[in-house]
Design a protein around this ligand. Structure first.
Ligand SMILES: [Zn+2]
Length: 543
């Protein structure tokens, strides 16, 4: 299935075709760094990191830019409040942002330009817009004249005539129209300022992105992303400036992610949560989501204290993957706790796999591309040919198990091809987990079946598939941090546990049941469960 993406500009899913074959340029609006990041700032990066991972897996060479707005009214106010400089505050908050990205495994960003390093490029666009009659200087400021841009409003679906109806043509501040927005702002005393043909000043917010995207990715970018709250006015204005300046389309596809809102309403974890209907009224959708938005201005705490102090980053990332990126996300401790519980089985599977094969899941290789992976699955979804009979890697044994793996793989990849539907993709992962667990049980791979090399190899193949797909979503890349103390694969803890288990076994053998019970009871109090199996006793730490 070819990749299809829903673009806000056309309000429909379109076949994904890039400007340059095999290459993708992607721009995501980054934060204004004036205070520590809250969870809302992390949604876009996690989603677009996953999109990049999938596009790279699909064979594209992706260049991804996320900008940092390091000059802005909010920054000036906050720096004054704290008695520091705009620059010092911006650097400090950028560090915090980067720290959180690392925590969430967002590692695909290629460029993170600071707006203040592209002032010249911004001034070039502004000068070009004045020259072409799209912009006008006014008392040290420069404004974009919306009425000069014939298709202004096409991204958000706003009609400029309707927007202007009832307002006076001339506004009190001298702007030609109330909708005209600042490209350049003359600076007040004490504010950061750069020299310009229009007097000392600083750039407007929208022009920053137009200039950085153009400089780093070219006149037309493939994917422009951002939260739904940025669609208007920010993206509408970016688009208007860029297209008026270059005469070329600014972005081929506009992808808007849904906003976080306080939990209470939402659906279940792991499912296909694509938005209903054709989303014809994006503005109404934007407004509805914004009203419930969990944003910094409404007092959302920093992501470090509100989220990472309580939940493992892997849980947070999986939670964000369990919903379709365009849908609003119901966020809260209850939802994260629910996710933590629902994904625990994956960690159990990883432990079982370790016991069955003696291999470490986290060091298994993953194929870099789909083509590489396809090669490993040739014939898995069909009856084997006579030529394939006898080779372990082909579906000559356990055809049902292997056909199921192949089908789940396709289900996952089809979901991702369909506008990066991570909700449906995670649902396929849950089913894959079920298939692998059944195989381990049926083949008794943690017990007498452990010596069955062919069954072990088949399990290994299935678990490698699980790792390959999880890796696309950026999850299960490392053991849970909170659980890493006391995990079955912690060598020291495991040795201590083996010692206790053997002492208990000896006590039972000697019919000293009181001592044996004491060991079990003591462990239960420490939330460690012992399970006596035919192949021996295994232990598990409850969390
Ligand atoms: Zn932007």
């Amino acid at each position: 299935m070819p990749i299809r993406v829903y673009s806000t500009l056309t309000r429909q899913k379109e076949e994904f075709q890039t400007v340059e074959p095999g290459k993708v340029s992607m721009y995501l609006c980054g934060p204004t760094v004036y205070k520590p990041a809250h969870i809302g700032h992390m949604v876009g990066p996690v989603i677009f990191d996953t999109i990049k991972r999938y596009l790279a897996y699909s064979g594209y060479q992706v260049t991804w830019v996320v900008n940092i707005t390091d000059v802005d009214d909010k920054l000036i106010v906050k720096a004054n409040e704290l008695g520091t400089t705009v620059e010092a505050l911006a650097r400090k908050m950028t560090e915090d942002y980067l720290d959180n990205l690392r925590t969430l495994g967002v590692d695909g960003i290629d460029h993170m330009p600071y707006a203040t390093q592209y002032i010249q490029e911004m001034q070039e666009i502004i000068a070009g817009l004045i020259e072409k009659g799209y912009a006008y200087p006014l008392n040290g400021d420069v404004y974009f004249e919306c009425t000069k841009d014939a298709d202004y409003g096409k991204l958000s679906g706003r009609n400029l005539t309707e927007m202007l109806a009832g307002t006076r043509a001339e506004t009190r501040d001298g702007k030609h129209n109330p909708a005209d927005f600042a490209l350049w702002k003359g600076s007040k005393p004490g504010e950061p300022a750069w020299d310009s043909p229009w007097g000392p000043g600083r750039p407007g917010w929208h022009i920053e992105c137009s200039a950085m995207a153009r400089k780093l990715l070219g006149d037309t970018i493939d994917i422009h992303g951002g939260g739904l709250d940025l669609m208007f006015p920010h993206h509408e204005n970016e688009l208007a400036q860029s297209e008026s300046c270059t005469g070329k389309p600014f972005a081929r596809y506009w992808l808007h992610n849904g906003l976080l809102r306080k939990s209470g309403a939402g659906g279940k974890i792991g499912g296909d949560h694509s938005r209903h209907g054709d989303s014809a009224d994006m503005l109404a959708e934007k407004q509805a989501q914004e009203e419930q938005k969990l944003a910094g201005s409404k007092g959302a705490e920093s992501v470090k204290t509100a989220v990472f102090a309580k939940f493992d980053p892997e849980t947070v990332r999986f939670f964000l993957m369990a919903t379709h990126y365009r849908s609003p996300v119901d966020f809260g401790d209850d939802r994260l706790a629910e996710t933590e519980k629902s994904i625990d089985g994956f960690y159990r599977l990883i432990e079982s796999f370790g016991r069955a094969t003696g291999k470490d899941f986290y060091s298994l290789p993953v194929p870099a591309t789909r083509t590489e992976s396809d090669a490993a699955f040739v014939g898995w979804d069909s009856v084997p040919t006579s030529a394939q009979v006898g080779t372990v890697s082909q579906p000559t044994v356990w055809p049902d198990y292997k056909a199921e793996l192949a089908a789940l793989r396709i289900r996952f990849l089809d979901a991702m091809d369909d506008d990066f539907n991570t909700g449906a993709a995670t649902a396929a992962l849950f089913d894959l987990r079920k298939t692998l667990n059944s195989f381990i049980t049926d083949q008794k791979l943690e017990g007498e079946g452990r010596s069955n090399a062919a069954a072990q190899a088949a399990l290994l193949r299935g678990v490698m598939l699980f790792k390959e797909l999880a890796n696309i979503l950026g999850v299960f890349r490392k053991p849970l941090e909170k659980k890493s103390a006391g995990r079955a694969d912690d060598e020291f803890v495991n040795s201590l546990m083996q010692l206790l288990i053997s002492l208990r076994a000896e006590a039972r053998k000697a019919k000293q049941f009181e001592i044996a019970d004491k060991v079990r009871k003591g462990l239960t109090e420490l939330k460690v469960t012992l399970e006596d199996r035919p192949e021996g006793t295994i232990w598990r730490r409850e969390t």
